[in-house]
Design a protein around this ligand. Structure first.
Ligand code: G1P
Length: 290
């Protein structure tokens, strides 16, 4: 099997959980401290050995392409001002990785978004990273999945335990524990009601998949919310060959949600080298215990 070098970033969603901020701006471009949230996830992919990223984009998402492109006027301006630190940071963003963009014309679901990249992936394994799941971890989350992939050579899904009342927001697996946080996936359900959930092990937005998922997704009927669900495709796949899941070590923020976004902002700001100390003092001065 070929090595893992490509990743798909589905980013065509309408961001309805974050209106009105996302009326005219892509949610992926909302800044957490000083970077748009998608940049955190692109950096995680690059740190995990990905060198080609396929962004599934849609109308009103042009700002994403501009962010990862060169910014000629800005660069000239920074050069003239002698702002070499900022200049190299801006140039680093444009040179970090090869990017391709595919437009998903209709928001028909995560499974459909992935299917849009079929012709660019061909017969290689690939990663899927969801741009609003920010994972703060010592070892990049995708790198953790890669270790499991190297051992089992099967698709690997990132999972975390969630509260029973929150399972309806996730794809949930039924798994057989193999130890060290690894599970063999026996079944999957997309966004179950708490009493129908097979466990509290929820899929978070990182996957390593094999290209046979495309043929399966092509035959997958719309499921939850009348969208073509990746989880439904994976449920089919698990009947044909093994899939594994791995409990990611790290803190995951659902930054596509207003509260999750605020949590990510506060915690990552506290860790920020430049701002962290002053921000902590500011938070203390608010006497939040009251
Ligand atoms: C998607 C997937 C779901 C997964 C979640 C992780 O749902 O369909 O299985 O648990 O991402 O963030 P979404 O959040 O796009 O509704």
């Amino acid at each position: 099997m070929k090595s893992l070098t490509k990743a798909i970033f589905p980013a065509a969603g309408l961001g309805t959980r974050f209106l009105p901020a996302t009326k005219a701006s892509p949610k992926e471009m909302l800044p957490i401290v000083d970077k748009p949230m998608i940049q955190y996830v692109v950096e995680e992919a690059v740190a995990s050995g990905i060198d080609e990223i396929i962004i599934i984009t849609g109308r009103w998402k042009r700002a994403i392409e501009d962010h990862f492109d060169i910014a000629f006027e800005l660069e000239e301006n920074l050069k003239a001002k002698g702002e070499s630190g900022l200049l190299s940071e801006i140039q680093r963003i444009a040179n970090m990785v090869t990017l391709c963009y595919i437009r998903q014309k209709k928001a028909l679901g995560l499974g459909h978004a992935i299917l849009c990249a079929k012709n660019l992936i061909m017969d290689e394994p690939f990663a899927v990273l969801l741009g609003d799941d920010i994972i703060d971890s010592e070892t990049p989350a995708l790198m953790q999945l890669k270790e499991v992939y190297k051992k089992y050579r099967t698709p690997v899904l990132a999972i975390q335990r969630v509260k029973k009342e929150d399972v309806h927001r996730y794809g949930v697996i039924k798994g057989e524990s193999l130890g060290d946080g690894v599970y063999k996936v026996l079944d999957l359900v997309e966004k179950p009601k708490p009493k129908e959930a097979p466990s509290d092990l929820a899929i978070i937005g990182r996957y390593i998949l094999t290209p046979d998922i495309f043929g399966i997704l092509e035959k997958t009927a719309p499921g939850k919310n009348r969208e073509i669900q990746l989880t439904d495709g994976l449920k089919e796949m698990a009947k044909k060959h093994p899939i594994h899941a791995y409990e990611i070590k790290g803190k995951r923020y659902d930054a596509g949600d207003k509260l999750g976004f605020l949590k990510a902002t506060v915690e990552l700001a506290l860790k920020n080298q430049e701002l962290g100390k002053e921000f902590k003092n500011y938070l203390k001065s608010l006497n939040l215990a009251d």
